[in-house]
Design a binder for this molecule. Structure first.
Ligand code: GLC
Length: 450
């Protein structure tokens, strides 16, 4: 076959191989998603110009999330741009950030390359509105983070917002107000969509060819001018640049609200669902999913948000998510100087302490086999093993696994692997004899071998 004829055939094959549907589980998708399914726990990083006002615009504070300050404080573009010369990430230390993620037991990092404010946190050649060209810092922190992630063995990934409050193609329509009001949904100017889509594609090409991200995590897809057809086209485009990349369901219009469920009236684009600030009660059946969550009440840094979740709560969230077959993406919001707040670092270290002992019960596991919630905690499963995560330790030294009738060969605490625990089958289910005091105040893990 002449060489010129091969290209269309290959292109057709490639398009057929790209299965842009959250619901479609194929061997090709299984292979592509394997590392991500094994990982179970990642770090989300929201970092951008919004860290400069840090939730305070000329004395105006709000309960709203920090990275939406341009919206809730109604800041005109020209005013918001003035945060750039104040953004000086002198304390940014990629090794420290990646080290904190790794220390917590996280296996991947997803960071905002461009949030709704349109500011590129990397060296973009198609925009001057980026960290290298318009801040005193003048360096590309994404380069350092991508390199450092690889060095420390974590996967590196990008968040990218489709909605863009800075790009001239978009504006905000609000009766009687100027264009800065109500940023929740931008409007697209007549004839400008192809211009903007071309711009996004250029930026995505820069991100993919320049930093080789493992995932593209889209957001801001809810604007009316973005369609499922646009989502499918963007999905194909991104995968044509890197066939093995993973893409979330916010590339298209399949997401149903904050539950992150997928609508089922058609095949929607994206590889996994994205519940936000919640862990679905019984997971999302038949689809891959990842719950993203904040440690306090904001994604982007706010100087006065101290509503921190406890280490106990966060560890139990990691477990809860894994027990339902999902990934947990936990957020940190660095300051404008580039530091993760101390309260977040403390929590990451606390989670890491638990993960060091019990990580085996999280990584590479699937959902536990129980149809109803266990009275004392959660369970995960992996190759002939069942992991019981006990949040509420039985005071009488007997842990009952209700309805469990499988023959087992051994039970032991993950923290004391050498010491077998006695067990017996009863009418109520498997009963394991355990020490009367909880070995771990957060969650003690018993591994049951079949
Ligand atoms: C929402 C917010 C956005 C945040 C995202 C994280 O979509 O608009 O600010 O980045 O949630 O999932």
């Amino acid at each position: 076959m002449p060489r010129t004829l091969r290209i269309p055939v290959l292109t057709l094959l490639l398009i057929a191989a790209l299965t842009p549907a959250v619901r479609t589980q194929t061997p090709e998708k299984d292979r592509r998603m394997q590392w991500w399914r094994d990982a179970r726990f990642g770090m989300f990083i929201h970092w951008g110009l919004y860290a400069v006002p840090a939730g305070d615009y000329k004395g105006q504070r709000s309960k709203e999330i920090g990275e939406w300050i341009m919206s809730w404080a109604n800041i005109p573009r020209a005013e918001y741009e003035k945060f750039a010369p104040q953004f000086n990430a002198v304390k940014f230390d990629a090794a420290k950030i990646v080290g904190a993620a790794k220390g917590a037991g996280m296996k991947y990092i997803v960071i905002t390359s461009k949030h709704h404010d349109g500011f590129a946190m990397y060296d973009s050649k198609v925009s001057h509105y980026d960290i290298v060209e318009s801040t005193p810092y003048g360096k590309d922190p994404m380069r350092a983070l991508a390199d450092e992630s690889r060095k420390q063995g974590l996967a590196f990934a990008f968040y990218y917002s489709i909605m863009d409050w800075h790009h001239p193609s978009q504006y905000v329509k609000a009766a009687g107000k100027d264009e800065t009001a109500g940023h929740g949904k931008t409007e697209m100017r007549e004839g400008q969509k192809p211009v903007y889509v071309a711009y996004m594609k250029e930026q995505l090409k820069e991100l993919i060819t320049g930093y080789d991200p493992a995932v593209l995590w889209f957001d801001g897809e809810w604007v009316d001018w973005w369609t499922e057809a646009d989502g499918k086209d963007l999905y194909q485009y991104v995968r044509s640049l890197k066939p093995d990349i993973l893409i979330n369901n916010r590339v298209g219009k399949g997401r149903k609200g904050m539950e992150g469920l997928n609508k089922t009236d058609q095949e929607y684009s994206g590889d996994f669902g994205t519940p936000e600030q919640q862990i679905p009660a019984s997971g999302l059946s038949g689809v891959d999913w990842e719950s993203c969550m904040t440690m306090n009440d904001t994604w982007g840094f706010k100087s006065y948000d101290e509503n921190w979740k406890s280490v106990e709560r966060l560890v139990q969230n990691v477990i809860d998510t894994a027990s339902k077959g999902g990934n947990y993406l936990l957020n940190v919001g660095p300051t404008a100087e580039g530091e993760i707040p101390a309260a977040s670092l403390e929590r990451l270290a606390g989670i890491g302490k638990w993960m060091t002992v019990n990580g085996e019960s999280i990584y590479g596991t699937t959902a536990g086999p129980f149809k109803t919630q266990l009275p004392w905690g959660r369970a995960t499963a992996k190759a002939g093993k069942l992991y019981l995560h006990v949040f509420n330790w039985p005071a009488d030294g007997k842990l009952t696994v209700p309805g469990y009738t499988e023959a087992i060969t051994r039970a032991a605490l993950l923290s004391q692997p050498g010491r077998s625990l006695q067990f017996k089958a009863t009418a109520e289910g498997l009963v394991i004899e355990v020490p009367t005091a909880a070995p771990d105040p957060i969650a003690s893990v018993i591994v049951v071998e079949r």
